[in-house]
Design a protein around this ligand. Structure first.
Ligand code: SF4
Ligand code: SF4
Ligand code: SF4
Length: 578
């Protein structure tokens, strides 16, 4: 790697020649504050927080976009620099709704932290007119409160990176606001509910639409039987909300917390993931053997499904008809579980904890009511679960490790890896290969499709059939791949698509880490590692060996892909406009 020598605050450093001043300084252990900068997502040098002095330059320079060069001398902390940063913050605060005490992001807000770090003691220095505060709560999953927006545009870039681009800046100057074109509401545009804008936002301007209160009301209603299910990724991220290292698996404490919050049963969506594999593998084999529509594309990710419906409506027949693991678990709670326990499905309140905001959209889709009532009544995010735990004053890190409740708390390692990009495909291959080969295969780790690379391709020989697969995450990548599939340039039998880059572990409902942490750590890789390690130590690692799942087919569903299974576990899609 080409290196150059620069001086930062009077000391010499050898740094990669292609670094920016910000990267070089951070590498040297010197932090430079930022607001609009979000590594690889928004590198636009707009907010002017990262201004530094550079010897010989006439004005201060934005460190996040300024490249290093041989012999450069940088000063990151001079009185001029400090004054500039303070002024920037004071100007931002002059049009900011400074209700920190009740703000959802208080304690995890990059603006609040910088004001505290910089010792801003006169937050009203430039008080004056405020722009009209625009508010959008038109969808089931997201709330925008522009009175807390600092116009950093991180959300805009995140949405563009998802190949959706339904938000941008409206108006100019003092009237500039983030929103949809022509002041439309989010429910009037082709937003896919992914929440990537939320996890990119440094402030409380973007949050998920909360379902905490109705869940608490249900728990407090003695006539209701409240069952919760938790997605695999939640256990790999929840600990971050309680100060634990990124990638800590907190499954045991999470289950204990849910029980103490008052849920009557605590089930694992991983059970539904195993069920998804049984149905999906059976559907795939059926399509291959009968000349059905190929490539078959996974349907676990509701953000991806909505994207496909809006942007590739000609390919909705390629989507697997399987409901997602959330919906399969929900459907079985209100059918098989309700029958076994003798509970009226109308009295069951089915709650899911998901890494995802699109799940809030999915629960209200058509054809997601196997028992005639919604499969899932409320979906909350990992962050909302953390909020509930904090509201209840549980000492999360001191909770004992407890196990899921029986029946739908029993799962396999295959279901666990659903949270990472490539996990659904690997789990499906573990089962499909055994079924097609008619024997128990020893090799069950499909390393070619692991890892956080945007696109992974492989060809496997299964029972004499060459099966070409692709795994893609992030909608920009999915968009590029599907264009090639549509044009015939690429041919596959089976494609896994996850809406969020890296899969559900990086979903829009996961804990929000500041930009400085994003720059240093690969969140998706660390969280995914927790899931793969969990899978590795399981005694049962293939979905078709889940003993409760076998019981469920014997007692209730019949054959995978059979009539009852289809009624309960499969769904339909619609063609939407852009
Ligand atoms: S966005 Fe940040 S600074 Fe603004 S009210 Fe919320 S916590 Fe306070
Ligand atoms: S939820 Fe996703 S698609 Fe919708 S505005 Fe946010 S980033 Fe864009
Ligand atoms: S909504 Fe959040 S991410 Fe978007 S511009 Fe405003 S502060 Fe930045």
């Amino acid at each position: 790697m080409d290196m150059v020598t620069i001086k930062i605050n009077g000391l010499s450093y050898r740094v990669p020649a292609k670094s920016t001043v910000l990267e070089a300084a951070r590498e040297a252990g010197i932090d430079i504050p930022t607001l609009c900068y979000l590594k690889e997502i928004n590198e636009i040098g707009a907010c002017r927080m990262c201004m530094v002095e550079i010897k010989g330059a006439r004005s201060l320079m934005a460190a996040c976009v300024y490249p290093v060069n041989e012999g450069m001398e940088v000063f990151t902390n001079t009185p001029k620099v400090q004054q500039s940063r303070k002024m920037t913050l004071e100007l931002l605060l002059s049009i900011h709704n400074k209700k920190c005490l009740s703000c959802k992001r208080s304690g995890n807000c990059e603006l609040q932290k910088l004001c505290s770090d910089m010792g801003i003691d006169n937050e009203n220095r430039f008080a004056g007119d405020m722009p009209p505060a625009k508010y959008d709560a038109s969808t089931a999953y997201l709330e925008r409160n522009n009175s807390k927006c600092i116009l950093c545009r991180r959300c805009v870039s995140a949405c563009q990176n998802q190949a959706v681009a339904v938000i941008g800046t409206n108006n100019r100057g003092f009237d500039t606001q983030i929103g949809c074109a022509f002041e439309m509401k989010l429910n009037e545009v082709a937003c896919v509910a992914c929440g990537q804008c939320i996890i990119s936002c440094p402030t409380g301007a973007l949050t998920e639409k909360s379902n905490i209160q109705p869940v608490i009301d249900a728990i407090n209603d003695p006539d209701k039987h409240v069952v919760v299910q938790v997605a695999p990724s939640v256990r790999a991220g929840l600990g971050e909300e309680f100060g634990l290292p990124i990638g800590t698996n907190v499954e045991g404490q999470m289950v204990a917390a849910l029980r103490r919050l008052g849920f009557d049963k605590v089930f694992d969506t991983t059970f539904g993931a195993d069920m998804t594999i049984m149905e999906e593998a059976s559907e795939f084999i059926h399509r291959v053997k009968t000349g059905g529509k190929l490539p078959m594309i996974t349907s676990c990710s509701p953000g991806w499904v909505k994207f496909c419906e809006h942007y590739f409506p000609d390919m909705v027949e390629n989507l697997s008809s399987c409901k997602s693991p959330q919906q399969m678990t929900g459907a079985l709670i209100k059918t098989w579980y309700a029958q076994k326990e003798g509970i009226d499905p109308e009295k069951i309140v089915s709650v899911s904890v998901m890494p995802c905001t699109a799940k809030k959209f999915e629960i209200a889709r058509d054809n997601q009511s196997a028992a005639g009532v919604p499969d899932v009544d409320y979906s909350i995010t990992t962050r909302e679960l953390a909020d509930m735990i904090k509201m209840t004053q549980l000492s999360f890190n001191r909770l004992p490790k407890e196990e899921f409740d029986h029946a739908m708390g029993v799962s396999t390692g295959a279901g666990m890896i659903f949270g990472a990009t490539g996990g659904v495909m690997e789990a499906a291959l573990r089962t499909a290969a055994d079924i097609l080969e008619g024997k128990e295969l020893e090799a069950i780790e499909y390393n070619e499709i692991r890892g956080t690379k945007a696109l992974k391709e492989a060809t496997y020989n299964v029972a004499g059939i060459e099966v070409k697969v692709a795994v893609v995450s992030g909608l920009e990548n999915a968009n590029a791949l599907l264009e090639k599939v549509r044009s015939g340039e690429k041919e596959y039998h089976f494609i896994e698509v996850m809406c969020c880059p890296g899969g559900c572990v990086n979903g829009g409902g996961m804990p929000i880490q500041p930009a400085s942490v994003h720059a240093e750590y690969d969140l998706k890789a660390l969280r995914a590692k927790a899931l793969y390690e969990h899978d590795k130590v399981q005694t049962v690692r293939k979905s078709h060996h889940n003993p409760v799942l076998k019981q469920c087919y014997e007692e209730f569903l019949g054959e995978p892909g059979g009539h009852v299974a289809h009624e309960v576990l499969h769904t339909t899609y619609v063609k939407r406009s852009k």
